[in-house]
Design a protein around this ligand. Sequence first.
Ligand code: RUQ
Ligand code: CUA
Length: 662
Amino acid sequence: MFIKKLPLIMLAITALYFSACKPKNTGTAVSGDAASKVYVAPGKYDEFYNFVSGGFSGQLAVYGLPSGRLLRVIPVFSVDPEKGWGYSEETKPMLNTSHGFIPWDDLHHVEMSMTNGVADGKWVFVNGNNTPRLARIDLTTFRTAEILELPNSGGNHSSPFGTENSEYIVAGTRFSVPGDDVNGDVPIDTYKENFKGHISFVSVNKDNGEMNIAFQLKTPGVNFDLARAGKGKSNGWFFFSTYNTEQANTLLEVNASKNDKDFIMAVNWKKAEEYIKAGKGKKQAVKYAHNKFSEETHTATSEIKNEVTVLDVAEYPDIVYFIPCPKSPHGCDVDPTGEYIVGSGKLAALLPVFSFDKIQKAIADKAFEAEKYSGLPVIKYEAALYGEVQKPGLGPLHTEFDANGNAYTSMFVSSEVVKWNIKDLKVIDRQPTFYSVGHLMVPGGNTKKPFGKYLVAYNKITKDRYLPTGPELSQSAQLYDISGEKMKLILDYPTIGEPHYAQAIPAELIKDKQVKIFDIKTNKHPYVAKGEGETKVVREGDKVHVYITAIRSHLTPDNIEGIKMGDEVFFHVTNLEQDWDVPHGFAIKGANNGELLVMPGETVTLKWTPDRVGIFPFYCTDFCSALHQEMSGYIRVSPKGSNVPISFKLGVKKTDSIPAAK
Ligand code: RUQ
Ligand code: CUA
């Protein structure tokens, strides 16, 4: 109602206002004992691992909490020369898609694998927003183990969100688009007829984590923003926030903000699963990549798959129910009991809290609006509503929970974190953020058993907090102590990329499960050299395979001759070390590629095409011992057609030259 009646000029003002404001007291707002709360003494460990999305960096960063110390950056949808990710031959297939090699994506959300509604520390799932993909990171190696492309999708934003036992990781499309199996060459203003939403239910293998698209739900064409699975009593249901239910295709800023209410879409996924089991889904021809990294061969494979099973919700009206939710809801969060569903309408002046019991009753009583939405039932707002939090703040985005019945909502426009009670819906406390907070995170705050204690605000704009760094300033996280009635800001720390969502897990759950080395004896890489005696240089036409080993402090072989212009050289570097944290690196002059960083017991390959005749040094890039600077070698490149034979050696051990294979 409210915005509908406003003239366009007012809308423009609203939009301006929505773009953020700076809180008044941007000074130091920390209290006296803050330092002792975040101080982790040298040699001591943090209490939590915090996995923070890197946004448009395509990476996932791991911080310790409460110190805010950066522990690791994990490349996911990115190439990373530090780790050779996307540069080595073994990792390139991880970034393959139906569009070819895509070395970048926009990583927004983080979801830990769960058992009984609590994070179990096995895997972290993340979304690629741009070219729709899901990734799984293994928490024993802190490396990306799997990437699955999602067909029928355009902008994988409402993703990834998991069920109580990670039966499914669910991914909703941000942009509705014509399905992949139909002719998409249609006028853009035929959105209403031709554009469809798709939600992917991706199954997760309990033992090895492997993902597969179990089925997709085809929905009306809207934008899906975020989602949460039900839990406890609402396990079996899923809740998605939607916007652009106006189905606009241009100037969304205005045209997708017209309706007084958009919807939370409630999905009975157990029902959908039953229909799928009964064979009701339709097989559809699509094309998507499924990429897996094997820790046995230390190599990724990419498979293009061609089929997905789709259930059209329009044909099964007892799967999907729409619940009106004020003004373009962003976050859609379910409390630890599973009873309360909070919709954060980013343009709304209140926060609606829906009741799962009331939703069930409304469905049983058919308390629906007279008008359906795209042929699907719309539950009456009042029939689903538990109550509204009045005047919570401006621009609510996301809500997390503690173990004591409190909710915490981020307010983008008024730049604050607001604590309120779930039962009486009264605001208890509000603390400024510095500023324009997007996501917030309470350790376990999305699960059945929140740990509470801390809250981290991930801010979109961070002026005045750190030393300035040119036109772009550092992104920021802010840590609050939430153990008392009032929240207390205790630390600021910069983040990499743009932080979106994050989750944290007690360090105890994973710190002793880390892979320390790869057993060289079980290395199944086809080009492994399990000892210096197995090193060799093999010519196969104009491809040359160099089996090379690294151990403190030499590379074997370190003198290589017989390479010719026009050759493609593959350096297969095996790290022979069997000690924790002794990687060796490998780089060669003129390689238009990254370095390699090879873990103990692992084999990794660098492809190099020499571009000129001469002597090319190569060396270990990781300072591995006092004689690291000695860990180097030379390769000689001769003109095409030269008769210099292949030869290689280390020290006096002149190795036999191996004649050309073909
Ligand atoms: S979003 S700032 Cu991409 Cu998760 Cu809400
Ligand atoms: Cu090996 Cu430096």
